[in-house]
Design a protein around this ligand. Structure first.
Ligand code: G3H
Ligand code: 13P
Ligand code: ZN
Length: 333
């Protein structure tokens, strides 16, 4: 059994309390490798922003769970070395799909886990989420659970609406599971293709696609039911056009990639939404920068030559999110 406290990590309890009260959100950045981790820690240390290092089941399989534990411990030490006196860093399992996986992460030094049983029937979702919360809380590990199903790119608009979190269920769900935060569905979705062109309108001035707005009415209803309770938004990449263009210009093929407009995330961050999940934007920044570098330098084959600009691009993107979108800069001096 490894305690996250011995690794210098923190759980999400204090971070979320402060974020809800302060009207900002904590960034939850997914990582799979050293360059992403370095970029996240550099950005968080430079801006003094609390940060959630987020690891999916796939990332854990890719990177190896023992190595991840030491990477997280190393991240805390690295943050201090960069001059961040009191790093507020959480290591979080993203979309845990079983009790066993969540338990394994608690036992291996994670300070927070998500149990995503949102695809199960309501009572089964409650039972599994409660089982995870009961186990994790013994070790002061915080638990995120999910209610509602995030839209997939294949869904029709009507079907997406029917999957929104139902505000009338949230009090019962939060009370009976004992979860510490609740991931909800209000129109975001995973990946770089969040809306089909036919779901969007066209801006007459720029000719660009404008996605439909998030369901802020549903979010506000949920807030009213659970005042001050930490709410989580998944699928919150904005899919910056500059990175899509960079990928496409240098040999990529990402037609009609589209994300959540930053103004909407800014608005969400001011509400009870206190954790915003971003993965795809990091993938796009990294891939765009690598494609550009290799296209412009066809003779390069030392990975450091193309991973360095990729890391710099990701750091720039993370800092932009922290300062200009989530407002978490300066919140962990
Ligand atoms: O929510 C999904 C995250 O973007 C992680 O994706 O399962 O491909 O690592 P992954
Ligand atoms: P994006 O695909 O929008 O980056 O969402 C990531 C996420 O929700 C991870 O859980
Ligand atoms: Zn997610």
């Amino acid at each position: 059994m490894v305690s996250y406290k011995d690794l210098g990590l923190v759980n999400t309890r204090e971070m979320f309390k402060k974020a809800v009260a302060g009207g900002y959100a904590i960034p939850a950045f997914n990582f799979n490798n050293m360059e992403q981790l370095q970029a996240i820690i550099q950005a968080a240390a430079e801006t003094k922003s609390p940060v959630i290092l987020q690891v999916s089941k796939g990332a854990r399989n890719y990177a190896n769970s023992t190595l991840l534990r030491y990477m997280a411990e190393g991240a805390v030490a690295y943050a201090k070395e960069l001059g961040w006196k009191n790093p507020q860093i959480c290591l979080h399992l993203d979309h845990g799909d079983s009790f066993e996986l969540c338990k394994d992460c608690v036992d291996m030094g994670f300070s927070s886990v998500m149990i995503d049983a949102s695809s199960l029937p309501y009572e089964e979702n409650i039972a599994l989420s409660k089982k995870v919360a009961d186990y994790a809380h013994q070790y002061d590990v915080t638990v995120e659970a999910e209610l509602g199903v995030l839209a997939g790119v294949e869904d029709e608009v009507a079907a997406e609406e029917s999957h929104y979190t139902r505000p009338e269920e949230v009090i019962d769900f939060a009370t009976r599971t004992g979860c510490d935060s609740l991931a909800i569905s209000v129109g975001t979705s995973h990946g770089a293709y969040k809306f089909k062109p036919e779901q969007c309108t066209v801006d007459p001035e720029t000719g660009k696609l404008v996605p439909p707005p998030l369901a802020f009415d549903v979010l506000h209803e949920i807030e009213k039911k659970l005042p001050g309770f930490p709410i989580v938004l998944h699928g919150s990449s904005s899919v910056p056009q500059e990175y899509v263009d960079m990928c496409n210009k240098y040999g990529g093929n990402l037609p009609n990639a589209i994300g959540i407009p930053e103004e909407q995330l800014r608005e969400a961050a001011k509400s009870a939404v206190c954790k915003i999940n971003i993965d795809s934007d990091s993938r796009l920044a990294m891939t765009g920068a690598i494609r550009k570098h290799l296209a412009e330098n066809p003779g390069h084959f030392d990975p450091r030559q193309y991973l360095k600009p990729a890391r710099e691009e990701m750091k720039k993107m993370y800092m932009h999110k922290i300062i200009n979108v989530l407002g978490s800069d300066g919140k962990a001096e």
